[in-house]
Design a protein around this ligand. Structure first.
Ligand SMILES: Nc1nc2c(ncn2[C@@H]2O[C@H](COP(=O)(O)OP(=O)(O)O)[C@@H](O)[C@H]2O)c(=O)[nH]1
Ligand SMILES: [Mg+2]
Length: 186
């Protein structure tokens, strides 16, 4: 496989929002209730698009302090970013908004999917976080998706979409994101 057919996709967000869980659900179709903090894990899969084979590296980042030292390189080198928060934790959404500013400062063109995880069946969503997130996604032209690693909700859709966008982005056929001034009242 040619080296220029290698794409990195970054999964980034606050600690314990479910970054490792969505990766494990997608790559191995497993889910665990226990929490084990990640330093960094990389998953490699191949994907064929327009008769061309791509090696996709999914980088499951730690979300801890160590991440801050590596963040710049991760963001700069990725061709697609899943920016994740937990629908159960407002703090993780606030953090995602800060990370968004950071990403756009480094690269205003890379495709981003804002992902609201822990949207489990049978648990009512009483927070207004997802509403705020949807408004934010609309004004900034980022994609928005609700997932549950636990219930296997929209996990394939999330990865299929970000892989598709990242392939298009490397082939310069994805419309550029528009950076608009956002106004989010938390
Ligand atoms: N209810 C629920 N819990 C989840 C979901 N995804 C992950 N978790 C739990 O959240 C905790 C942190 O998950 P993990 O994937 O390690 O988070 P990370 O730090 O972002 O990688 C674990 O106890 C998981 O079982 C989900 O979709 N629903
Ligand atoms: Mg993790």
């Amino acid at each position: 496989m040619q080296l220029n057919n290698k794409l990195s996709i970054l999964i980034i967000g606050f600690s314990a929002v479910g970054k490792s869980s969505i990766c494990n659900r997608y790559v191995h179709d497993v889910y665990e209730n226990k929490y084990s903090p990640t330093i960094e894990d990389t998953y490699r899969i191949t994907k064929t698009y327009n008769d061309k084979q791509y090696l996709i590296e999914i980088i499951d980042s730690s979300g801890h302090e160590i991440m801050h030292h590596m963040r710049h390189d991760y963001v700069e080198n990725s061709k697609g970013i899943v920016l994740m928060y937990s629908t159960k934790l407002k703090e993780s959404f606030v953090d995602a908004m800060e990370i968004y500013e950071y990403i756009t400062y480094i690269n205003n063109k890379v495709p981003i999917i804002l992902c609201s995880n822990k949207c489990d069946k049978n648990i009512p969503d009483e927070s207004n976080i997802n509403e705020l997130a949807q408004k934010f996604a609309k004004t900034t032209n980022v994609y928005f998706i609700k997932t549950s690693a636990k219930d296997n909700l929209n996990i394939n859709e999330l990865f299929d979409t970000i892989i598709d966008l990242s392939i298009k982005y490397t082939n310069s056929i994805v419309p550029l994101r528009i950076k608009k001034k956002k106004c989010i009242i938390l």
